[in-house]
Design a protein around this ligand. Structure first.
Ligand SMILES: Nc1ncnc2c1ncn2[C@@H]1O[C@H](COP(=O)(O)OP(=O)(O)OP(=O)(O)O)[C@@H](O)[C@H]1O
Length: 803
């Protein structure tokens, strides 16, 4: 950026803000006209409904659909409807696109003139970028939708490859008021004029302004400051699989959410099939779920935590976690074999009624009987098939009848095949309509639910049999005990997040139990959410989101596009669960192997490959860390070097001049020698003599951080301390939260307090990677609180974090 071009007397700034205000006023006037138009259309449609001919009704539906979608969007109160502007040179070809903007990326040959040793140019086109496109009455573009091709240069132009963009401006507004502007000059070598006056440049650039803001517990969209490498991912074609890797804070989650909005814009019809975004935790879901509505999209996107993914299929959701060693067994791909055995073996358990040992029916005036061995043979033969167990029932019925027919000897009585077939049909009908037979079938081949089979696995001896040669005996024992602690024999009880993937797998192995048919969903209803189309006054606050949430996912178990956030954390069993929701989908997968809490990354990668099959993959890498200031990133990079030697950390773009701090619970450390933070370690009361003492230290440190930052404070503790940490922080207010290390995934806070790195690292074989996650959550301040186990030096720096 060339400083000489910056002119910022108050008057110039005021004038520029005023110019944007005038444009925004015009946009709102036009929006109001459009709202009236849409309301008129709705009204007109209602009148047509009274005419009642099929043609009129179909026309009404189409009209209501169009008007409804439109009104819905226009009515949304956007914080900053209009957020960007680009001033461009004349385009090379002079052609314009459907939105009225020049399509050419490169400037026309004569756009820049050399005059008196200066390069001069006139601004030929100014485009305003916003959350939705708005055309003026004469079809000239008042606002270009951020996802439209014409908005591309707003995100992609750089001083190295500026294309036609001379100045990029981010406009900050609230409601209808423009608050300020921030400019970047992309062709600082030019002396550019707009309407005969020199082009003004205000501020230090929008990105830094955005990054410096205090955080809340809700993620913000980044629509006004998407960077070029991120834009490439957002706009990548949807075909097959898009994989995005990048370190902490590189914007993977933000990019994934913006991509969902972009895909809907590009091909709304295709994505009417729904977009599923899978998040690791409910915390991350609630942190991110406001972003899409802020981009004008909410209806077709479901954001689900892994623990809630099977809600509509298996009617269960979970938020609690198993101990790491138990989770490791439950998440392993080996569980598929165990579950397959369980789904079949459960037939023999008499879960609904005692399993009958023989089948006795009356036929041809005599008794026919199948004994235990004969029944076992039939069962064996049926289970030789691959269909889901519940769906094998018709085949079981058929083979039982075959065996009875054989036993009756009747097949020998008929030489004529036609007569034989007729006799057989009569035989089947007679037997199958007898209560004895149907009762037998219900007891012998009951329709099983996934929960009862999972509960059946809680018996140690039984699970030992089902898991033989697949799990080690100690693993099987641990699994059985965990299930026994959670479930009653009938399968009631709260499940863990990892149980959900087991339940979902079982549901597939068993087959969906027959359910009453749901009300047919009107496709137009489904597309628009017409129940939502009321007045603007109705659309206030939470009601809107609740209705959107009600509407979409309840009907849907497969999606047109699946986005997996924090993909490095999915266990093999979870990959299978997610895969079932996107069998015909295109995919976007974002993640960072260095943050994986799964102990066997190769096993997870194999499960992921199986889900994605042979679909071609396009890979992207994000390289810039927008979250952590460089001073804090240095510390995290030390753990990265231990956790994943040889991995290049992302480049931190910001610097705050504030180093990480260290404190030791219960003792005042000595001088600062060797400390990363030059100030040395602060001593805090307590010590690691028990939860209470550490608790006091945590509480005091958290209170200190709350005083130092304006926004949020995240306190990250080992998973086993999660509940007590909540108690330690009680009463400190809503700006501070306690998180188990696994829950910190994807979240960020103005200040982070990481409690006992050693405890976090020792909790599982993936502990160092989990610690890396914990150390990369802060946007401003990081305080590391050590306990005795951390072996802090005299400056309070724990052993693990020393240089
Ligand atoms: N272009 C951008 N403009 C402004 N803010 C940005 C930009 N890109 C990312 N950010 C901000 O940086 C922070 C980190 O982004 P995000 O959470 O998407 O990163 P991530 O790669 O998913 O991180 P993690 O791997 O830790 O989950 C967020 O506050 C996000 O809003």
């Amino acid at each position: 950026m060339n400083a000489q071009h910056r002119a910022e007397p108050e008057t110039v700034r005021d004038r520029e803000v005023d110019a944007e205000q005038q444009h925004l006023d015009r946009v709102y006037r036009r929006l109001e006209e459009k709202i009236h138009e849409a309301e008129f259309l709705m009204d007109d449609a209602a009148k047509r409904a009274q005419v009642g001919t099929p043609g009129a009704l179909a026309e009404r539906d189409a009209q209501v659909f169009r008007a409804g979608v439109h009104l819905n969007r226009l009515n949304s109160e956007f914080e900053d409807f209009l957020f960007g502007r680009i001033d461009l040179l004349e385009g090379k070809t002079g052609e314009r696109g459907p939105d009225g903007a020049y399509t050419s990326v490169e400037p026309a040959d004569g756009a820049v003139r050399a005059v008196d040793g200066e390069q001069r140019a006139d601004i030929a086109e100014t485009l305003h970028i916003g959350r939705l496109g708005v055309l003026d009455a004469d079809y000239s573009p008042l606002v270009i939708d951020w996802r439209a091709p014409a908005a591309g240069p707003f995100y992609r132009s750089t001083p190295v490859a500026p294309g036609r963009v001379v100045r990029r401006r981010v406009i900050r507004s609230k409601g209808r008021r423009v608050l300020g502007v921030e400019d970047d000059l992309l062709r600082p070598e030019l002396t550019a004029r707009l309407d005969g006056a020199p082009l003004a440049v205000i501020g230090d650039g929008a990105l830094m302004a955005a990054l410096g803001q205090a955080r809340s517990h809700a993620m913000r969209d980044i629509v006004s400051s998407i960077q070029a490498e991120q834009d490439e991912v957002i706009r990548a074609p949807a075909a097959s699989v898009t994989e995005v890797a990048g370190g902490p804070g590189t914007g993977k989650t933000a990019v994934a959410l913006h991509r969902a909005a972009y895909l809907l814009y590009q091909d709304r019809r295709r994505y009417a099939g729904g977009i599923l975004i899978v998040s690791p935790t409910p915390l991350l879901v609630s942190y991110t779920e406001g972003v899409l509505p802020s981009l004008g999209e909410e209806g077709q996107v479901a954001i689900r935590a892994l623990g809630s993914l099977a809600e509509e299929t298996a009617g269960a959701e979970a938020t609690t976690y198993d101990e790491q060693r138990v989770a490791r067994v439950k998440g392993s791909a080996r569980m598929v074999k165990v579950l397959r055995k369980a789904a079949r073996g459960a037939l023999d358990l008499g879960l609904r009624a005692p399993v009958p040992e023989r089948l006795r029916v009356v036929a041809f005036g005599g008794r026919l009987e199948l004994d235990a061995a004969e029944l076992a043979a039939v069962r064996q033969q049926v289970l030789g098939g691959t269909a889901p167990v519940n769906l094998m029932r018709p085949r079981a019925r058929k083979l039982l009848l075959d065996a009875l027919w054989e036993k009756s000897g009747a097949h020998r009585r008929h030489e004529d095949p036609e007569l034989a077939a007729e006799a057989r049909q009569g035989f089947d009908e007679d037997i199958a309509s007898e209560d004895v037979f149907t009762d037998f079938l219900d007891a012998w081949w009951p329709e099983l639910g996934p929960r009862e089979v999972l509960a059946a696995m809680a018996d140690e001896a039984r699970l030992g049999r089902w898991a033989r040669r697949v799990l080690r005996p100690a693993e099987a024992r641990m699994l059985a005990r965990s299930l026994a602690a959670r479930l009653t024999p009938q399968g009631e009880g709260a499940l863990s997040v990892h149980d959900i993937a087991l339940l979902d797998e079982l549901r597939t192995l068993l087959g969906a139990p027959a359910r009453p048919k749901k009300r047919e969903v009107d496709p137009v209803d489904q597309l628009t959410g017409l129940e939502e189309l009321t007045t603007a006054a109705d659309r206030d606050g939470n009601g809107r989101r609740e209705r959107a949430a009600d509407r979409l996912p309840s009907e849907r178990t497969e999606y047109a596009h699946v986005i997996v956030d924090e993909a490095q954390d999915l266990t093999p069993m979870q990959w299978r669960m997610v895969g079932r929701r996107g069998r015909h989908a295109t995919w976007t997968i974002v993640g960072d192997p260095a943050q994986s809490s799964w102990t066997d990354p190769d096993e997870a990668a194999a499960a992921r490959d199986e889900v994605l099959g042979k679909r071609p993959r396009r890979r992207f890498e994000l390289t810039v860390n927008y979250r952590n200031p460089a001073e804090l990133a240095v510390l995290a990079d030390r753990v990265l070097a231990l956790a994943m030697p040889g991995t290049a950390p992302p480049r931190a773009v910001r610097s705050t001049g504030v180093d990480p701090e260290f404190a030791v619970a219960g003792g005042v450390a000595g001088d600062a020698a060797g400390a990363v933070a030059g100030d040395g370690a602060a001593g805090v009361p307590g010590g690691d003599r028990g939860g209470g003492d550490l608790g006091a230290a945590v509480r005091e440190s958290a209170a200190r951080l709350l005083a130092e930052v304006e926004g949020t404070v995240g306190v990250v503790v080992a998973m086993r301390r999660r509940e007590e940490a909540w108690k330690w922080l009680a009463g400190l207010g809503e700006r501070v939260v306690a998180l188990g290390s696994l829950e910190a995934k994807g979240l960020e806070y103005d200040a982070a307090l990481v409690v006992s790195p050693a405890e976090i690292a020792d909790e599982s074989p993936a502990g160092l990677r989990v610690l890396y996650v914990a150390l990369t959550r802060a946007t401003q301040r990081l305080l590391v609180l050590s306990a005795e186990a951390d072996l802090p030096d005299e400056a309070g720096v724990p052993d693990l974090l020393r240089d």
